[in-house]
Design a protein around this ligand. Structure first.
Ligand code: 5AD
Ligand code: SF4
Length: 481
């Protein structure tokens, strides 16, 4: 699966080993897609597929590739299970709640399939990267026709061929460090905002997290491939590009080209065109001052930083295997704000990590009060089988964890509301990205949601709005002439 390629970067020819899927293997998938399309045409039908996505933006981006491959196989799309000739459930494994929801929803598809006997059901995504979970799916749900892990996503046409034409089951979950499939077809659901994966996998092994086990080792796409994709998106009229990776700050470490994430970001921000550039997610351990400097000196890079801190207690951070402490984290925030006073910080936090004491929880509260995030994603710790934290003693009762969670929410909601109120009276440039009922929706450079009155013709445009009102979750604005 490994192939050697020649890369030309700024005049230097460099050879490197890269985990690229060979083009001939991808061509074979394209041939299979064409065959499936012909097969459907010979039946005189245009089949429709429903792709249901759970979890994070990385999964949304994967689903766009799934739709791209399915379109090549002749499929149109529908937004529910009933009409679908093919259902693809793209799953998330990050918390037990997500896993149980998928099991429940896939279980219920047995009835849908009974009403639609030719229907085929595939389950993929992060849950299928875990052997116990994929095994349970295979054994307990005989109405599921195909199962594949994130490493086997690019072979979807082959899995479909096996199920549809050969009337067999497809089960592709073999473990691997992962590779990169360049040039897969994509059907993007949004015409204004695009996701661009710049790297896959994670090497951090935070003690609570299942991602490194289901998505493999960190591997970066080549800068030129990423730049080409961004150029194409800008030419096609996209106004917002979000660079995706489980830990974008370690971009390039595996390439050995001397190009780090800050360099890549600068190169993309220097492309011609009217667009805004975002990225997620960052690990504080690898977030550099250089990155903040690049953000400060490029107008097209949104002044928004999602920097998960997870806990305010040094003991808990150590037990989480995070490799930074509270003081180091706060120093990053301080530096970012010094360089860009308007910078919007958001974050993730886990409450109830095994052994977290009341005093340690209070350190998390005090960190939130000190940083004053615009928004915070708060999670109750969920043990993931196979991760080191799942083996730790966890004496704190569920009720106590719920109480801590509620308290965090209350603290953060008050801060969000105050911060949002401070926007009132300001005039900001926003990107109008859609409509929600009567009002248009837009995002500020810092990623805050703004609702405003206006015609659909504004969708996809940057406009100046004066903020007239604020709630905990969003802002209200009026377009300036
Ligand atoms: N339990 C609870 N929350 C988790 N996260 C990751 N793993 C777990 C887990 N086992 C949270 C982290 C991460 C976000 C995407 O999900 O806060 O940043
Ligand atoms: Fe995304 Fe992680 Fe969930 Fe996978 S497990 S969908 S990478 S959040």
């Amino acid at each position: 699966m490994w192939s050697s390629i020649i890369l030309s970067l700024e005049g230097t020819d460099l050879e490197r080993k890269t985990p690229l899927i060979p083009q001939e293997d991808l061509r074979r998938q394209a041939e299979i897609s064409d065959y499936i399309k012909g097969w459907w045409q010979s039946q005189g039908r245009t089949p429709v597929a429903w792709v249901d996505t759970y979890g994070c933006q990385q999964n949304e981006a994967d689903s766009e590739q799934i739709r791209g491959m399915l379109e090549r196989c002749g499929y149109g799309f529908t937004d529910g299970p009933d009409e679908a000739d093919l259902i693809v459930i793209n799953t998330c494994a990050i918390r037990d709640h997500a896993v149980q929801r998928v099991f429940g929803n896939v279980g219920a598809l047995v009835h849908t399939k009974r009403r639609h006997p030719g229907q085929k059901i595939f389950v993929c995504g992060c849950m299928m990267g875990n052997p116990e979970i994929s095994g349970r799916m295979k054994n307990s749900y005989p109405h599921v026709d195909g199962i594949f892990s994130p490493h086997h996503l690019w072979q979807l046409p082959e899995h479909l061929y096996r199920v549809l034409i050969r009337h067999r089951k497809a089960f592709a979950v073999a473990d691997s460090d992962g590779a990169i499939a360049e040039g897969l077809p994509v059907v993007r659901t949004n015409k204004i905002k695009a996701w661009v994966s710049i790297m896959y996998g994670c090497n951090n092994f935070c003690s609570y997290c299942i991602v490194p086990y289901v998505r493999g080792r960190e591997r970066s796409r080549l800068p030129e491939d990423i730049l080409d994709e961004c150029r194409g998106l800008i030419a096609a009229g996209y106004r917002e590009i979000t660079l995706l990776g489980q830990n974008v700050n370690s971009y390039g470490k595996d390439l050995g080209l001397g190009v780090d994430f800050a360099d890549l970001l600068a190169k993309i921000a220097e492309l011609d065109g009217d667009f805004v550039l975002r990225f997620m997610t960052s690990h504080p351990r690898d977030a550099s001052h250089k990155l903040f400097d690049v953000m400060a000196s490029h107008e097209k890079i949104a002044k928004q930083f999602h920097l998960p801190f997870q806990s305010g207690s040094d003991r808990v951070l150590k037990a989480m295997n995070r490799h930074y402490n509270r003081a180091q984290y706060l120093e990053l925030i301080e530096y970012g704000r010094k360089r860009m006073p308007e910078l919007v910080f958001t974050s993730d936090v886990i409450v109830g990590f095994p052994g977290e004491t009341e005093a340690e929880f209070e350190e998390t509260v005090s960190l939130i009060e000190q940083v004053r995030y615009d928004a915070l994603f708060t999670f109750i710790y969920s043990p993931r089988p196979g991760t080191p934290a799942a083996k730790l003693p966890d004496p704190t009762p569920k009720e106590e964890k719920n109480r801590r969670f509620d308290r965090l929410l209350a603290v953060q909601n008050a801060i969000s509301e105050e911060r949002h109120r401070a926007y009132v009276g300001k005039t900001l440039r926003v990107l109008v990205d859609g409509r929600d009922g009567e009002l248009l929706t837009a995002r500020t450079d810092g990623g805050r949601l703004v609702r405003l009155e206006g015609p659909d013709g504004l969708i996809g445009r940057f406009v100046n709005v004066t903020i007239t009102g604020a709630t905990t979750w969003s802002l209200v604005g009026r377009k300036e002439e």
